[in-house]
Design a protein around this ligand. Structure first.
Ligand SMILES: [Zn+2]
Length: 223
């Protein structure tokens, strides 16, 4: 009698284990599927040449309302007087990268001069945020490997150019991005034009409704 009671109880425990085990397996499978889906539809929206006192501030408000994180590659010469904007970027959880100091073509400078440009901007950002940028986006996408190893930063390019600086037209910029967009894309924009800021927010709203999520560029640059 005692043996059969034990066996009976063991049977219940084993059945409960199986049931729970299945439950856990099912939950894990479901969450894996969900994250695989969202990884597929991730994009990064990036802004060069700022900060701008009016347009960057407007963009930050729009991003905060939508709970979207973006990446900003700052031009050192534009930082003075806009420290509060840079501080807000950091507080809002955006990625802050380096775009040099005065928008020169880095591979036409001496390595020493190019490194100085990058370090000057890193110093300014670090003074404001307490963090030294790790990612560098060279103006015009031109740099040398020697320079890259000297500054010890990761070069962060893009694969979808919105040509917003050329169009300066909200409708055209929005259309150009939505026509080309694919999961995993890093979109290049410039937060120094009002049309770019408006286009970026429209693109975010449209892509969000299509199930896209927005991550910072560093998350898509990992091999
Ligand atoms: Zn630029």
């Amino acid at each position: 009698m005692r043996v059969s009671t034990k066996l009976f109880l063991w049977g219940i425990v084993a059945a409960a284990d199986l049931f729970l085990g299945y439950g856990i397996w099912k939950t894990c499978t479901q969450s894996w599927e969900a994250s695989a889906l969202s990884v597929e539809k991730q994009v990064a929206i990036t802004f060069d040449d700022g900060p701008h006192s009016i347009y960057t501030a407007r963009l930050l408000d729009g991003l905060r309302e939508r709970d979207v994180k973006a990446s900003f590659f700052l031009l050192g010469q534009n930082i003075a007087g806009k420290e509060a904007i840079v501080q807000q970027m950091e507080l809002d959880g955006h990625m802050i990268g380096n775009h040099g100091f005065s928008h020169v073509q880095m591979n036409q400078e001496s390595v020493c001069e190019a490194v100085k440009q990058v370090e000057k901007t890193n110093d300014l950002v670090e003074e404001i945020t307490g963090k030294r940028p790790e990612y560098f986006r060279p103006p015009f996408g031109s740099w040398s490997e020697e320079m890259e190893s000297e500054v010890g930063m990761t070069v962060a390019l893009w694969n979808l150019d919105s040509l917003d600086w050329k169009y300066q037209d909200t409708g055209k910029v929005t259309k150009a991005i939505l026509k080309e967009i694919e999961p995993g894309d890093i979109i290049l924009m410039h937060d120094v034009f009002p049309t770019s800021v408006e286009a970026a927010l429209q693109v975010i709203d449209t892509l969000s409704s299509q199930g896209y999520t927005f991550v910072t560029a560093d998350e898509l640059l990992v091999d």
